[in-house]
Design a protein around this ligand. Structure first.
Ligand SMILES: [Zn+2]
Length: 706
């Protein structure tokens, strides 16, 4: 599972509002015209920095006008004159924001970051003006109160209910003074989370480990050395080797470099990001964010921010989340404890007597893995050229759902490294556009995510098909090798592709209902990871980059054998971050806490192992302070309960069983958020999910304390 992933849920600031015709404007901005590009993909080549601000401002103005017209409508409120037009309002703003949000994550620059800071308070105010408008809420409420007498379809009933709830949760029932407080908090929060992300990007880009002696490269595979040499050359340091905090650089370094001191240094740089007492320090920002969220929750009538958030999730309450985390924590600690012992033994075997430290873990885990399973990541990489892996994901989608991916060179792209595909359904009809952007750049934030440049919806009876993008930070090709992926990167590619399919297959009417609960959204993504490593699938796509020979059975068997290896580490590092997230969002007081002391106390309380660093320390925990996963980082493991259980259905009936695939598509992938998440799951599986397959998969079954 991919804890690094984020999906861009926040592309449109007000998810409730989208759609409605825009009058053409005389101004010569690409945003004020209809896009005549293939499938209406944004004309990236013509969109310049200076186009964003005026277009966002105009979008805000238009949405205000549309919403004001709904609020002051002369006729009695109905579903057709209140709820539907609210869903459709704000089309221009969404059009601009999709491009703006997408580029700000994948190809940003200082100017875009500046614009983001300028518009954040405007967007926050727009949202509050809508949700806190008394006349508008009055009309929404009147329709809601008649709901049992209205002749509405299931999706319409859901839209009505969700719209009403969004107003209430947005503060519509508060008194004037509390509304004022809420506005202030929202405005401040919108800026703080931006600053958090900006600081992190700056801190990540600021660090360089420059090596000028070959002996310091000992242990590193040739691919990592070649990539570091090219990075150095690009930075004007020809003849040296440059390592960075980007994923394809730091993780191989920590897994292979013999030089223990350099391993310590690069990990320290990574874990100190946002905590360097400089202008990019995130500690005060994050404490303030947590405090403001707690204060807002109080105003809205919830004990904590987690209560506020979880009400909308499958987990429902903090107790539900802590319950699952605690159920897994002790067994995971026990497994990780055993792993630590075997790493310590390996250190001894190699003739050292130091005590295992966090900067040793990956390195010695790799050595144990090689000794125990004869599985060498580097040898493996040769069978995973990026191109093949992507084709492998396409193959799975074809076998499951009959989809076809046709590469198009006439589709506009925002960077030469982006590739574009038209996605066709089994009957050849157009389903959507799929863009992929796979390598790190300084203007791209860390991690991997799936985003949308246009969401699916029905407009004026016409099915508007989506434009979806997968953005990752994978190993680059070098001068004499294609990009060769590690196993984790392979799984990430399938994971993000799964999110992509979820968006591409959507068949809903109202765009406001696209959103699904966060602890459900990782089901469509994580389930795809299961196919990636199935022997039957590996045989199809995993081919040696030079000889084209399919991966040998022997290697496939070794991959299978090693699947539970190091799962204690992975589970502990992840669960610790989930606890930390929950702890930050179950504070009930609205005053800022000392970030480091709080984090320390939180980790101590859970008895965190000193040999493992929490997956994200607070000052660079972007998911929760700048990415929409607040009180939501647990979602990955929650969804993993679902995906492990759901995949069993395929294992039982056949990996590509058509009836099972069709049911998964119709009941889950096409439904968006139009049906309650648990209900969708039960329609597919015929029962509630079981936690057993997850325990089995992670090797946690039957574990007791050491
Ligand atoms: Zn994901």
């Amino acid at each position: 599972m991919k804890r690094l992933t984020l999906i861009l849920l926040a592309l449109s600031v007000c998810p409730l509002l989208a759609g409605a015709p825009v009058a053409p404007s005389a101004e010569s901005s690409p945003f004020f015209e209809e896009w005549k590009t293939p499938f209406g993909v944004p004309p990236f080549g013509r969109i310049k920095n200076e186009h964003f601000l005026p277009a966002i401002k105009k979008g805000i103005e238009e949405q205000r006008r549309e919403v004001a017209a709904i609020a002051s409508h002369r006729e009695a409120p109905t579903f057709a004159n209140v709820i539907e037009p609210l869903d459709a309002a704000g089309e221009l703003l969404e059009k601009v924001e999709s491009v703006f949000g997408g580029l700000r994550s994948a190809e940003t620059n200082d100017r875009l970051q500046e614009i983001a800071r300028e518009v954040a308070p405007l967007l926050s105010a727009l949202r509050d003006d809508i949700f806190l408008s008394e006349p508008l809420f009055g009309r929404v409420k009147q329709v809601f109160e008649q709901r049992d007498r209205l002749k509405l379809g299931a999706e319409q009933r859901r839209l009505l209910q969700e719209t009403y709830k969004a107003f209430v949760r947005g503060g519509a029932n508060l008194g004037p003074q509390e509304k004022q407080q809420l506005r202030k908090i929202n405005a401040e929060l919108s800026l703080l989370s931006l600053r958090f992300g900006d600081n992190l990007l700056k801190e990540t880009n600021a660090y360089r480990l420059v090596i000028d002696t070959r002996t310091d490269l000992a242990g590193l595979p040739e691919t990592a050395i070649a990539a570091a040499a090219e990075a150095a050359k690009a930075a004007g340091l020809a003849g040296k080797w440059l390592f960075t905090l980007q994923a394809p650089s730091i993780w191989p370094f920590l897994s292979y470099a013999d030089n223990r001191e350099l391993r310590r240094q690069i990990l320290a740089a990574y874990t100190q990001r946002g905590d360097n007492r400089n202008q990019y320090d995130n500690k005060q920002i994050l404490s303030r964010i947590a405090a403001l969220r707690a204060e807002r929750a109080k105003i809205l009538g919830y004990p904590t921010h987690a209560h506020f958030v979880l009400e909308e999730r499958m987990a429902k309450k903090p107790e539900g989340v802590y319950g699952l985390l605690k159920q897994l924590w002790e067994p995971a600690l026990a497994v990780a404890g055993k792993e630590a012992q075997s790493l310590q033994a390996m250190i001894k075997t190699q003739g050292y007597d130091f005590k295992l430290a966090p900067w040793d873990w990956r390195c010695y885990a790799e050595k144990v893995k090689q000794a125990r399973y004869e599985l060498d990541e580097n040898q493996l990489r040769q069978y995973f050229p990026l191109e093949n892996v992507r084709q492998g994901a396409f193959y799975v989608a074809n076998r499951l759902y009959g989809l076809k991916f046709v590469e198009r060179t006439d589709i506009p792209k925002y960077h030469p490294e982006v590739r574009a595909f038209e996605v066709q359904d089994s009957d050849g009809s157009h389903l959507g556009v799929f863009l992929v952007d796979y390598h790190p750049r300084p203007g791209k934030r860390g991690g991997a995510w799936s985003g949308r440049y246009r969401g699916q919806r029905i407009k004026d009876g016409k099915d508007i098909r989506p434009i979806v993008v997968n953005v990752c930070n994978f190993t680059r090709p070098t001068a004499d090798q294609p990009a060769l992926l590690g196993l984790e990167e392979v799984e990430t590619l399938f994971h993000e592709f799964g999110h992509g399919l979820h968006s591409l297959l959507s068949r809903i009417r109202y765009s406001s209902l696209a959103r699904v609960p966060q602890d459900f959204v990782e089901l469509p993504s994580q389930i795809m990871e299961n196919w990636a490593l199935e022997p039957e699938v590996l045989k199809v796509y995993a081919k040696h980059y030079r000889t084209g020979a399919p991966i040998p059975d022997e290697l496939v068997r070794k991959i299978k054998n090693a699947q539970k290896f190091n799962q204690g580490f992975a589970t502990v590092e992840y669960l610790a971050a989930s606890f930390l997230d929950m702890d930050w969002h179950t504070v009930s007081q609205g005053q800022a806490l000392d970030a480091i002391a709080f984090e320390k106390a939180s980790l101590q309380k859970m008895r965190m192992m000193p040999e493992i660093v929490v997956r994200y320390r607070s000052p660079y925990f972007q998911h929760i302070f700048s990415g929409g996963y607040a009180a939501g980082y647990y979602s990955y493991i929650w969804s993993e309960v679902l995906d492990s259980d759901a995949f069993q259905a395929f294992k039982q009936k056949g990996l590509f069983d058509q009836a099972t695939a069709t049911s998964f598509r119709r009941n889950i992938l096409e439904r968006g958020g139009t049906v309650d998440a648990l209900e969708m799951y039960k329609r597919f599986r015929g029962r509630e999910p079981s936690v057993e397959p997850l325990l089995e998969k992670r090797g946690l079954k039957g574990q007791t304390l050491p």
